[in-house]
Design a protein. Structure first.
Length: 408
């Protein structure tokens, strides 16, 4: 059985710290923390805090000081074809003079408890240090890679047609196209307004959208692109903040559209998984894929997380899960999960007998996303169980390698 580490006693420094929303008067100090954590400017950090809204910023108070802060992002994440309510965490910052005292851990544990109290199913983040977030129940759950393709390697396919320039009025059908595309891949975000804004604009660049229409006039593919230019050579690089398509023909049209930049552009760069579907459609398989990040997942509410996710309708069965969660007591204990018709029914189990699968809340996250099969998770100590139960749970969570286009 995976062992749960005993929590260290809280230090005297942390004894009176309180976690909650920021107030208007906290703006200068929160902006200072963000500036020092991410090497920005006070002006940009102040703008970032204002634009994100004080209702979404949380601070840890230790007396009159604010040693740490973070930002909540309410959105969704696709697993098994269904959008699971997700609270994304970003902008985690600790004052340099307050580091090493356990403030960040205390803040993250309080944040996770707040998520559970609000009824949120899962939490997610990109980690600068995995050790901190693992202490709060997060675990590696999927990939975000940077893909680089020589533009010359895009040549040789079909010619583009039915390409339009996207305007603000087109965003509803862009978002609809994205949802059709993203729901097919475990880990893709069900984007909020905050994420969509990042698709169209970043502090250092803006991205122009182009779309592909099918014979009925439906938007079946699109991309958002910037064209940074080398001041010495005059050559361009094509940077995609997003690309999605719902048919092979639409994907090939987007490739042909990008190939037309070959006279002036050297490379194409985009974010995605270890095997982005665009790569399979390339006329030549010559590209570079580098891991940028493992994003992390936290199962905040066991019942809601398991019941919100989609499953294969071909899998049917019942698994007993014995879960340990050092932060959220309500998650700890024996759960019985029944899977049928693409759905799960989950209840706390008080009966006797031996659990089919025993795991920590971190182990559940890694299996829930599909990053590791239960047998693989067992090999690295994230779970244990009898072979029949492990295989059934493996069939339940199967769905391809989880990945994400977005960084938040």
């Amino acid at each position: 059985m995976p062992q749960s580490k005993k929590k260290p006693a809280k230090s005297r420094v942390m004894a009176h710290a309180k976690f909650g929303p920021m107030s208007r008067g906290d703006l200068p100090e929160v902006a200072r923390l963000i500036t020092l954590a991410f090497a920005g400017t006070m002006e940009n950090s102040t703008t970032w805090v204002k634009e994100n809204g004080s209702e979404n910023i949380r601070v840890l108070r230790d007396g009159k000081s604010i040693p740490a802060c973070l930002r909540r992002i309410e959105m969704g994440q696709f697993f098994g074809g269904r959008s699971v309510p997700l609270c994304g965490i970003a902008g985690v910052a600790t004052a340099p003079e307050a580091r090493g005292k356990g403030h960040a851990r205390r803040m993250m544990e309080a944040c996770v408890r707040e998520m559970h109290d609000r009824g949120e199913a899962i939490g997610g983040l990109y980690a600068s240090t995995q050790a901190l977030y693992r202490q709060s129940g997060f675990e590696q759950a999927g990939h975000r890679c940077i893909v680089k393709v020589p533009v010359a390697r895009l040549l040789g396919g079909q010619k583009a047609r039915n390409v339009i320039v996207l305007k603000d009025a087109d965003m509803p059908r862009v978002e609809a196209c994205y949802r059709r595309f993203a729901s097919a891949y475990n880990g893709m975000l069900d984007r909020s307004e905050y994420i969509w804004k990042r698709v169209k604009e970043r502090p250092d660049s803006k991205y122009q959208g182009y779309g592909v229409l099918d014979e009925r006039g439906t938007l079946c593919g699109y991309l958002f692109m910037s064209q940074p230019r080398d001041s010495n050579t005059g050559r361009q690089d094509l940077q995609l903040s997003d690309i999605a398509f719902t048919s092979a023909d639409a994907g090939r049209q987007l490739i042909a559209f990008l190939a037309d930049y070959e006279p002036m552009a050297d490379s194409l760069q985009l974010g995605g998984g270890p095997l982005h579907p665009l790569l399979t459609l390339l006329p030549q398989q010559r590209y570079e894929v580098k891991l940028k990040d493992y994003w992390m997942l936290r199962v905040v509410h066991v019942k809601r997380a398991l019941e919100a996710r989609g499953y294969s309708s071909a899998v049917r069965g019942t698994v007993d899960l014995d879960i340990t969660d050092d932060v959220i007591d309500a998650n700890t204990g024996r759960w019985q999960a029944e899977f049928a018709d693409g759905k799960a029914r989950v209840m706390k189990w008080k009966g006797g007998g031996r659990a089919g699968v025993t795991c920590t809340i971190r182990g559940l996250a890694a299996m829930y996303s599909g990053l590791y099969s239960p047998r693989q998770a067992a090999a690295i100590g994230l779970c244990s169980g009898d072979e029949t139960a492990l295989d059934l749970l493996g069939g339940v969570f199967a769905g391809g390698t989880p990945w994400m286009t977005d960084h938040y």
